[in-house]
Design a protein around this ligand. Sequence first.
Ligand SMILES: [Zn+2]
Length: 137
Amino acid sequence: MDATIGIPPAVTEETQAFWNAASQGRLIVERCSACGRDNFPPRGMCRYCRSRSMVPTEITGRGRVYSLTVNYQRWLPELEVPYVIVLVEFDEHPGVRVVGRLRGCPPEAAAIGMAVEVGFEPGPGGYAIPSFYALNR
Ligand SMILES: [Zn+2]
């Protein structure tokens, strides 16, 4: 599987825990201990109630494609096109949507609502970045 190429992520104090977990193959979001809602991307503050008591919560289990786009543009010479970028939501984590490449599925077979599981792949700058693998094809 080809490594994703591009620009390394800008890691901040708020996103450090996310990238650390990603390097271990874990996808975490922030759960607010004041109102109980999940927040993503991590910002150190709840976007619903503005509490700062955020607790890392791991996303396990499958997600579902909420939206998708097929990229045909060769942004960089070594980029293989076309590929699918999906926005994924999770039943147990309402309000959380995570973007990533879709793997294991040709662009013409990608569909909204399809089940995926999260994985990680080597990204630019040595970071592990989320991607999604098609299930039940
Ligand atoms: Zn909250």
